[in-house]
Design a protein around this ligand. Structure first.
Ligand code: ADP
Ligand code: MG
Length: 245
């Protein structure tokens, strides 16, 4: 790969009890690359994402961000979580805070910005995700698609090096999926490094540089989307694609 690596997983293994959920995972994500991760339920996609921002520890192997091993604790860990923005299926906004407060909080607590500076940045990002008129509302007053766009703005407000998306549209009503995918597509075009777990194959085709197919804790294929969708190598990928396409 010509570009500098931003995330490197080398021979990573993880267990939950006896369950070997990540098996000999080798994966490099270059700066500015968009990698879509797909695979059956239970194949380890979420665990992979969670390991990258150290919500999960690993048994063996190593994970590097920008050439540095992931920190174990303390301020360095909080900084890592800010550097690795994460957007989940459930939006996880703070219910008792306004949209603006949700987007500003981490900037103040983790990045040490003054409130005025954080709020200014939050308003810029809310505009970018199409929500400038919703700043003073509470999450419960927003649709699912709007809440997920707030979650994206909140992660972006930390100036992350990479954004991880774990099935960001799976909990949304169909009519709201596109407004979230549009924001993600825009981010991809602007050069954000992204790891996206999704079954939205339209997004994979238009935004991904690579598709990683996981099954049973292993990376079975790591290919460019055109090749993967037209001629998957493995029977497992063929079988999976026949079910979702
Ligand atoms: P995916 O996101 O691909 O559906 P996950 O990474 O969530 O898969 O899960 C991989 C496997 O690990 C599954 O068998 C799941 O049941 C198991 N698993 C996930 N989280 C835990 C946990 N906290 N404790 C025990 N088993 C878990
Ligand atoms: Mg999952």
């Amino acid at each position: 790969m010509a570009v500098d690596p931003l995330i490197e997983l080398r021979d990573v293994n993880k267990f939950f009890g006896d369950l070997h959920v990540l098996q000999d995972i080798d994966l490099t994500v270059g700066k500015g690359e968009v990698v879509v991760v797909i695979g059956p339920s239970g194949s380890g996609k979420s665990t992979l994402c969670r390991a990258i921002n150290r919500l999960e520890t690993i048994r063996s192997g190593e994970i590097l961000l920008d050439g540095q091993p992931l920190p174990d604790e303390g301020k360095a860990l909080a900084a890592l979580r800010a550097d690795v923005g994460m957007v989940f299926q459930s939006f996880n906004l703070f219910a008792h805070m306004t949209v603006l407060q949700n987007v500003s909080l981490g900037q103040i607590k983790v990045r040490g910005r003054k409130k005025e500076e954080a709020d200014k940045r939050s308003r810029e990002l809310l505009e970018r995700v199409g929500l400038s008129d919703q700043a003073s509302k509470y999450p419960a007053q927003l649709s699912g698609g709007q809440q997920q766009r707030v979650a994206i703005a909140r992660a972006l407000a930390m100036d992350p090096k990479v954004m991880l998306f774990d099935e960001p549209t799976s909990a949304l009503d169909p009519e709201m999926i596109n407004e979230v995918l549009e924001v993600m597509l825009q981010l991809a075009r602007e050069g954000m490094t992204m790891v996206v777990v999704t079954h939205e194959m339209g997004f994979a085709r238009s935004a991904a540089n690579r598709v990683v197919f996981m099954d049973d804790g292993r990376i079975v294929e790591d290919r460019n989307p055109d090749e993967f969708f037209t001629t998957p190598n493995s029977d497992r990928a063929k079988d999976f694609l026949s079910k979702i396409l």
